[in-house]
Design a protein around this ligand. Structure first.
Ligand SMILES: CN(C)C[C@H]1CC[C@H](N2C(=O)NCc3cnc4ccc(-c5cc(Cl)c(O)c(Cl)c5)cc4c32)CC1
Length: 338
């Protein structure tokens, strides 16, 4: 495969994973040397999944948060889509839980606060994720969680019905109202999935499980699940508030952020605001302006078009370097040999 569209922009390395109809490769962004993950999708093999790609790209261009995997650049050719994404070296939260059997309350609490922050942010922006599960939460180099796979998300502005069926996401995490095919609110279904997620973090297995899907659905709709002896009273109460069969009785994201179990020992409500500023970073603009031989005003105007082209990627990756305390410098191209 040539991937000629990436030549000079990214140095492509090995395939690091696959996400359904996509291949994910490690790559280096040539101007900053930073690692990225490039999700490559072949249009021919996408078939009816093509709308999912457009949904994911549109959502991720609108989302900018410390616990959401950052989209840096989108390249569309006749045959392919490339999504240049934030690299998460520590892989899936799913594998992390399996490796540790289950997590201690303190660690689960730190992770779950990050999940509540990410979901609170997207709900606030009018999105429901609808496929929340440990496989879609990746760990970065600092063990921070990054939410991925927005292919099933929706902006519930009448868009919900027509994706009611395709968005069962993963049955074990699906809310009772969603599997019964009734009308549902994405935000309420996400809260249910977060209840399943918290149970999985603290127990190491799922509250409702069965190889036989109809059997699994019966268990979900019964709303009955075991609570092992090691769960604290507060964690049991929180899980129960999220796994309410009646979506109207379910805790809301606004109530979650100050829930006793989430506040315990941390004493601060969950903050879902993005750490990213609306205003562009002056150091990054300066470095870019020097590199491209433009004035700072021109450079700032170009960056603020947010085209999700190579300039958008370079800006965000420079900002990443700054946030990690690394020099805000671009790799100067070798002088062209005369
Ligand atoms: C549900 N699972 C199967 C899905 C797998 C997909 C591959 C993942 N992955 C690795 O396999 N190795 C390491 C690795 C490192 N950085 C990544 C950054 C972004 C994405 C990413 C982001 C978005 Cl938004 C998205 O939609 C998709 Cl599909 C992938 C994947 C990364 C990754 C792990 C989860």
């Amino acid at each position: 495969m040539s991937y000629s569209e990436l030549k000079g922009l990214y140095h492509l390395r090995e395939t690091i994973g696959s996400g359904g109809f996509a291949k994910v490769k490690l790559a280096y962004h040539s101007l900053t040397g930073e690692k990225v993950a490039i999700k490559i999708m072949d249009k021919r093999s996408l078939g009816e999944d093509l709308p999912r790609v457009k949904t994911e790209i549109a959502a991720m261009q609108d989302l900018c948060h410390q616990h959401i995997c950052k989209l840096y650049q989108v390249i569309e050719t006749a045959d392919r889509f490339y999504m240049v994404l934030e690299y998460c070296p520590e892989g899936e939260l799913f594998d992390y839980i399996v490796a540790k059997d289950k997590l201690e309350e303190e660690e689960a609490k730190i992770f779950f606060r990050q999940i509540v922050a990410a979901v609170g942010y997207i709900h606030n922006k009018g999105y429901a994720h609808r496929d929340l599960k440990p496989e879609n939460l990746l760990l970065d180099e600092d063990q921070n969680l990054k939410l991925i796979d927005f292919g099933l998300c929706a902006k519930p502005r009448g868009g919900m019905e027509n994706v009611l069926y395709t968005c069962c996401g993963s049955p074990a995490y699906a809310a009772p109202e969603l599997i019964s095919g009734r009308e549902y609110l994405g935000a309420e279904a996400d809260i249910w999935s977060m209840g399943i997620l918290l149970y999985a973090l603290l127990c190491g297995y799922l509250p409702f499980d069965d190889e036989n899907i109809p059997q699994l659905y019966k268990k979900i709709q019964s709303g009955k699940y075991e609570t092992p002896w090691w769960l604290s009273q507060d964690s049991k109460e929180l899980i129960s508030a999220m796994l309410q069969l009646d979506p109207k009785r379910r805790v809301t994201i606004n109530q979650l952020v100050t829930h006793p179990w989430l506040m315990e020992a941390i004493d601060m409500p969950v903050e879902w605001n993005s750490k990213y500023k609306r205003k562009v970073d002056d150091d990054c603009i300066t470095e870019l302006a020097v590199h491209y031989g433009k004035s700072r005003q021109e450079m700032e105007a170009d960056v603020q078009e947010w085209k999700f082209d190579y300039l958008t990627a370079t800006y965000f990756l420079l900002l990443e370097k700054k946030m990690k305390g690394r020099p805000v410098r671009l790799i100067q191209q070798q002088q062209k040999s005369s």
